[in-house]
Design a protein around this ligand. Structure first.
Ligand code: GUN
Length: 296
Protein backbone atom coordinates (compact mmCIF):
# COMPACT_ATOMS: atom_id res chain seq x y z
CA UNK A 1 0.00 0.00 0.00
CA UNK A 2 1.17 3.54 -0.70
CA UNK A 3 -0.28 6.02 1.73
CA UNK A 4 -2.37 9.03 0.83
CA UNK A 5 -0.32 12.11 1.68
CA UNK A 6 -2.24 14.52 3.91
CA UNK A 7 -1.26 17.96 2.62
CA UNK A 8 -1.01 20.17 5.72
CA UNK A 9 0.10 23.18 3.72
CA UNK A 10 -3.06 23.16 1.60
CA UNK A 11 -5.20 22.33 4.64
CA UNK A 12 -3.71 25.24 6.61
CA UNK A 13 -4.23 27.63 3.69
CA UNK A 14 -7.89 26.59 3.68
CA UNK A 15 -8.21 27.17 7.46
CA UNK A 16 -6.58 30.62 7.10
CA UNK A 17 -8.98 31.48 4.26
CA UNK A 18 -11.95 30.46 6.43
CA UNK A 19 -10.62 32.59 9.30
CA UNK A 20 -10.12 35.56 6.95
CA UNK A 21 -13.71 35.24 5.67
CA UNK A 22 -15.04 35.22 9.27
CA UNK A 23 -12.88 38.21 10.18
CA UNK A 24 -14.21 40.19 7.20
CA UNK A 25 -17.78 39.31 8.22
CA UNK A 26 -17.16 40.38 11.84
CA UNK A 27 -15.91 43.76 10.63
CA UNK A 28 -18.73 44.25 8.17
CA UNK A 29 -21.63 43.11 10.35
CA UNK A 30 -20.45 44.04 13.84
CA UNK A 31 -17.59 46.54 13.42
CA UNK A 32 -15.32 44.18 15.39
CA UNK A 33 -11.70 43.38 14.53
CA UNK A 34 -10.13 40.40 16.34
CA UNK A 35 -6.76 41.25 17.88
CA UNK A 36 -3.87 38.93 18.76
CA UNK A 37 -1.00 39.99 21.05
CA UNK A 38 2.31 38.12 20.97
CA UNK A 39 4.94 38.66 23.65
CA UNK A 40 8.57 37.75 22.99
CA UNK A 41 11.19 38.04 25.73
CA UNK A 42 14.82 37.93 24.56
CA UNK A 43 16.33 37.20 21.17
CA UNK A 44 16.21 33.43 20.70
CA UNK A 45 16.59 33.09 16.89
CA UNK A 46 13.98 30.31 16.46
CA UNK A 47 11.46 32.26 18.57
CA UNK A 48 12.09 35.40 16.52
CA UNK A 49 11.24 33.49 13.33
CA UNK A 50 8.04 32.08 14.89
CA UNK A 51 6.95 35.51 16.11
CA UNK A 52 7.64 37.13 12.74
CA UNK A 53 5.57 34.45 10.98
CA UNK A 54 2.74 34.82 13.49
CA UNK A 55 2.68 38.59 12.97
CA UNK A 56 2.57 38.28 9.15
CA UNK A 57 -0.16 35.59 9.24
CA UNK A 58 -2.27 37.62 11.68
CA UNK A 59 -2.18 40.68 9.41
CA UNK A 60 -2.89 38.52 6.36
CA UNK A 61 -6.24 37.29 7.74
CA UNK A 62 -7.26 40.86 8.62
CA UNK A 63 -6.74 40.72 12.39
CA UNK A 64 -4.92 43.34 14.46
CA UNK A 65 -1.46 42.18 15.55
CA UNK A 66 0.14 43.56 18.70
CA UNK A 67 3.77 42.61 19.10
CA UNK A 68 5.64 43.16 22.37
CA UNK A 69 9.39 42.52 22.29
CA UNK A 70 11.07 42.74 25.67
CA UNK A 71 14.77 42.53 26.58
CA UNK A 72 16.18 39.22 27.82
CA UNK A 73 16.71 40.62 31.35
CA UNK A 74 13.07 41.75 31.76
CA UNK A 75 11.95 41.53 35.39
CA UNK A 76 9.14 39.08 36.13
CA UNK A 77 7.03 41.88 37.65
CA UNK A 78 7.27 43.85 34.41
CA UNK A 79 6.21 40.89 32.28
CA UNK A 80 3.30 40.15 34.65
CA UNK A 81 2.24 43.81 34.42
CA UNK A 82 2.27 43.61 30.61
CA UNK A 83 0.15 40.42 30.63
CA UNK A 84 -2.34 42.06 32.99
CA UNK A 85 -2.59 45.14 30.78
CA UNK A 86 -3.27 42.88 27.75
CA UNK A 87 -5.92 41.03 29.78
CA UNK A 88 -7.65 44.37 30.36
CA UNK A 89 -7.32 45.64 26.77
CA UNK A 90 -10.62 45.19 24.86
CA UNK A 91 -8.81 45.34 21.48
CA UNK A 92 -6.84 42.20 22.44
CA UNK A 93 -8.81 38.94 22.17
CA UNK A 94 -5.88 36.53 22.19
CA UNK A 95 -2.56 36.57 24.08
CA UNK A 96 0.45 34.37 23.36
CA UNK A 97 3.65 34.51 25.40
CA UNK A 98 6.33 32.86 23.27
CA UNK A 99 8.07 29.94 24.99
CA UNK A 100 10.67 29.11 26.09
CA UNK A 101 11.11 32.10 28.38
CA UNK A 102 14.51 33.04 29.83
CA UNK A 103 15.26 30.83 32.85
CA UNK A 104 14.86 33.58 35.50
CA UNK A 105 11.15 33.86 34.60
CA UNK A 106 8.51 31.50 36.04
CA UNK A 107 6.72 30.30 32.90
CA UNK A 108 3.86 28.63 34.79
CA UNK A 109 3.11 31.78 36.77
CA UNK A 110 3.18 33.92 33.63
CA UNK A 111 0.99 31.57 31.56
CA UNK A 112 -1.47 31.24 34.44
CA UNK A 113 -1.72 35.05 34.67
CA UNK A 114 -3.16 35.23 31.13
CA UNK A 115 -6.96 35.57 31.15
CA UNK A 116 -8.06 31.98 30.27
CA UNK A 117 -10.57 33.39 27.75
CA UNK A 118 -7.64 35.03 25.90
CA UNK A 119 -5.26 32.06 26.25
CA UNK A 120 -5.02 31.14 22.55
CA UNK A 121 -2.29 28.56 23.32
CA UNK A 122 -4.64 26.66 25.66
CA UNK A 123 -1.80 26.35 28.20
CA UNK A 124 -3.55 28.01 31.20
CA UNK A 125 -4.34 25.50 33.92
CA UNK A 126 -8.05 26.38 33.67
CA UNK A 127 -8.09 25.47 29.98
CA UNK A 128 -6.18 22.25 30.69
CA UNK A 129 -8.85 21.33 33.28
CA UNK A 130 -11.75 22.31 31.01
CA UNK A 131 -10.38 20.18 28.16
CA UNK A 132 -9.80 17.25 30.54
CA UNK A 133 -13.41 17.39 31.71
CA UNK A 134 -14.87 17.80 28.21
CA UNK A 135 -15.94 21.41 28.70
CA UNK A 136 -15.59 24.32 26.30
CA UNK A 137 -12.00 25.61 26.44
CA UNK A 138 -9.18 27.07 24.40
CA UNK A 139 -7.37 24.10 22.84
CA UNK A 140 -3.59 23.94 22.15
CA UNK A 141 -2.96 24.75 18.50
CA UNK A 142 -0.90 21.78 17.30
CA UNK A 143 -3.25 19.07 18.64
CA UNK A 144 -6.23 21.06 17.32
CA UNK A 145 -4.62 21.07 13.87
CA UNK A 146 -4.06 17.29 14.06
CA UNK A 147 -7.70 16.76 15.09
CA UNK A 148 -8.97 18.85 12.15
CA UNK A 149 -6.94 16.79 9.67
CA UNK A 150 -8.07 13.50 11.24
CA UNK A 151 -11.76 14.53 11.16
CA UNK A 152 -11.37 15.58 7.53
CA UNK A 153 -9.80 12.25 6.57
CA UNK A 154 -11.99 9.89 8.61
CA UNK A 155 -15.25 11.72 9.18
CA UNK A 156 -16.17 10.17 12.54
CA UNK A 157 -13.29 8.97 14.75
CA UNK A 158 -15.61 7.05 17.10
CA UNK A 159 -14.35 3.62 18.12
CA UNK A 160 -10.98 3.93 16.40
CA UNK A 161 -7.86 2.88 18.31
CA UNK A 162 -5.58 5.89 18.71
CA UNK A 163 -2.03 5.70 20.03
CA UNK A 164 -0.30 8.95 20.94
CA UNK A 165 3.44 8.54 21.33
CA UNK A 166 4.66 11.33 23.64
CA UNK A 167 3.23 12.75 26.86
CA UNK A 168 4.11 16.45 26.71
CA UNK A 169 1.70 19.05 28.09
CA UNK A 170 1.76 20.91 24.77
CA UNK A 171 1.03 18.02 22.39
CA UNK A 172 0.74 14.47 23.77
CA UNK A 173 -1.66 14.99 26.68
CA UNK A 174 -4.06 17.44 24.96
CA UNK A 175 -4.00 15.31 21.78
CA UNK A 176 -5.08 12.29 23.83
CA UNK A 177 -7.89 14.32 25.45
CA UNK A 178 -9.15 15.53 22.07
CA UNK A 179 -9.16 11.99 20.61
CA UNK A 180 -11.00 10.74 23.69
CA UNK A 181 -13.49 13.59 23.20
CA UNK A 182 -14.11 12.22 19.69
CA UNK A 183 -14.72 8.74 21.18
CA UNK A 184 -11.46 7.06 20.19
CA UNK A 185 -9.99 4.33 22.38
CA UNK A 186 -6.81 6.13 23.41
CA UNK A 187 -3.40 4.90 24.53
CA UNK A 188 -0.64 7.30 25.54
CA UNK A 189 2.74 5.67 24.95
CA UNK A 190 6.17 7.09 25.84
CA UNK A 191 9.85 6.32 26.24
CA UNK A 192 9.19 3.77 29.02
CA UNK A 193 6.41 1.90 27.19
CA UNK A 194 7.15 -1.82 26.84
CA UNK A 195 7.24 -3.13 23.26
CA UNK A 196 6.35 0.23 21.77
CA UNK A 197 6.25 -1.17 18.23
CA UNK A 198 3.55 -3.70 19.18
CA UNK A 199 1.51 -1.01 20.95
CA UNK A 200 1.76 1.26 17.90
CA UNK A 201 0.77 -1.58 15.56
CA UNK A 202 -2.58 -1.67 17.35
CA UNK A 203 -3.33 1.89 16.24
CA UNK A 204 -5.81 2.94 13.58
CA UNK A 205 -4.54 6.45 14.30
CA UNK A 206 -0.88 6.87 15.26
CA UNK A 207 0.26 10.29 16.46
CA UNK A 208 4.03 10.71 16.83
CA UNK A 209 5.16 13.48 19.18
CA UNK A 210 8.38 12.22 20.76
CA UNK A 211 11.00 14.59 19.38
CA UNK A 212 13.28 11.79 18.14
CA UNK A 213 14.16 11.87 14.44
CA UNK A 214 12.64 9.04 12.38
CA UNK A 215 12.11 6.83 15.42
CA UNK A 216 8.82 5.24 14.29
CA UNK A 217 9.53 3.09 11.24
CA UNK A 218 7.12 1.07 9.12
CA UNK A 219 7.39 -1.75 11.72
CA UNK A 220 5.39 0.48 14.10
CA UNK A 221 2.52 0.99 11.65
CA UNK A 222 -0.61 -1.14 11.19
CA UNK A 223 -1.44 -1.60 7.49
CA UNK A 224 -3.87 1.12 6.44
CA UNK A 225 -3.42 3.23 9.60
CA UNK A 226 -3.42 7.03 9.60
CA UNK A 227 -0.05 8.42 10.73
CA UNK A 228 0.21 11.98 12.06
CA UNK A 229 3.80 13.13 12.49
CA UNK A 230 4.15 16.08 14.87
CA UNK A 231 7.97 15.92 14.98
CA UNK A 232 10.15 18.66 13.55
CA UNK A 233 13.79 17.60 13.88
CA UNK A 234 16.75 19.28 12.24
CA UNK A 235 19.37 16.72 11.25
CA UNK A 236 22.41 16.60 9.02
CA UNK A 237 22.51 13.95 6.31
CA UNK A 238 25.14 13.62 3.57
CA UNK A 239 26.57 16.93 4.79
CA UNK A 240 23.25 18.73 4.28
CA UNK A 241 20.81 20.16 6.82
CA UNK A 242 17.46 18.38 6.64
CA UNK A 243 14.10 18.56 8.40
CA UNK A 244 12.63 15.19 9.40
CA UNK A 245 9.74 14.04 11.56
CA UNK A 246 9.50 11.49 14.36
CA UNK A 247 8.33 8.99 11.74
CA UNK A 248 10.59 7.29 9.22
CA UNK A 249 8.59 8.54 6.27
CA UNK A 250 9.52 6.12 3.47
CA UNK A 251 9.01 2.91 5.45
CA UNK A 252 5.87 4.18 7.23
CA UNK A 253 4.28 5.47 4.01
CA UNK A 254 4.70 2.03 2.46
CA UNK A 255 2.40 0.57 5.16
CA UNK A 256 0.06 3.40 6.23
CA UNK A 257 -3.26 4.35 4.63
CA UNK A 258 -2.58 8.07 5.09
CA UNK A 259 0.36 10.04 6.44
CA UNK A 260 1.43 13.64 7.07
CA UNK A 261 4.83 14.58 5.62
CA UNK A 262 7.55 16.68 7.30
CA UNK A 263 7.79 19.44 6.28
CA UNK A 264 4.33 20.33 4.97
CA UNK A 265 2.16 18.27 7.32
CA UNK A 266 1.29 19.27 10.88
CA UNK A 267 3.71 22.24 10.97
CA UNK A 268 1.69 24.73 8.89
CA UNK A 269 -1.45 23.87 10.88
CA UNK A 270 -0.12 25.32 14.14
CA UNK A 271 -0.25 29.00 13.11
CA UNK A 272 -3.52 28.44 11.21
CA UNK A 273 -5.05 27.07 14.42
CA UNK A 274 -3.62 29.94 16.46
CA UNK A 275 -5.55 32.31 14.17
CA UNK A 276 -8.64 30.10 14.48
CA UNK A 277 -8.33 30.26 18.29
CA UNK A 278 -7.97 34.05 18.24
CA UNK A 279 -11.14 34.25 16.14
CA UNK A 280 -12.98 31.88 18.50
CA UNK A 281 -11.87 33.95 21.52
CA UNK A 282 -13.12 37.13 19.83
CA UNK A 283 -16.51 35.57 19.01
CA UNK A 284 -16.93 34.30 22.58
CA UNK A 285 -15.90 37.68 24.05
CA UNK A 286 -18.62 39.35 21.99
CA UNK A 287 -21.34 36.75 22.61
CA UNK A 288 -21.36 35.76 18.92
CA UNK A 289 -21.64 32.21 17.53
CA UNK A 290 -18.32 30.38 17.21
CA UNK A 291 -16.93 29.67 13.73
CA UNK A 292 -17.99 26.17 12.67
CA UNK A 293 -15.28 23.62 11.91
CA UNK A 294 -12.53 25.73 13.49
CA UNK A 295 -12.89 24.58 17.10
CA UNK A 296 -12.73 21.24 18.92
N1 GUN B 1 7.19 28.07 21.22
C1 GUN B 1 7.18 27.12 20.23
N2 GUN B 1 5.91 26.80 19.92
C2 GUN B 1 5.11 27.53 20.71
C3 GUN B 1 3.69 27.64 20.85
O1 GUN B 1 2.90 26.96 20.17
N3 GUN B 1 3.25 28.53 21.77
C4 GUN B 1 4.09 29.28 22.53
N4 GUN B 1 3.56 30.11 23.41
N5 GUN B 1 5.41 29.20 22.43
C5 GUN B 1 5.91 28.34 21.52
Amino acid sequence: MTAKVIDGKAFAANVRAQVAAHVAKLKEEHGIQPGLAVVLVGEDPASQVYVRNKHASTIEVGMASFEHRLPVDTAEADLLALVKSLNADPKVHGILVQLPLPSHLNSELIINTIDPAKDVDGFHISNVGLLGTGQKSMVPCTPLGCLMMLRDHHGSLAGLNAVVVGRSNIVGKPMAQLLLGDSCTVTIAHSRTKDLAAVCRGADILVAAVGRPEMLTGDYVKPGATVIDVGINRIERDGKAKLVGDVHYASAAAVAGAITPVPGGVGPMTIACLLANALTACCRANGLPEPEGLTA
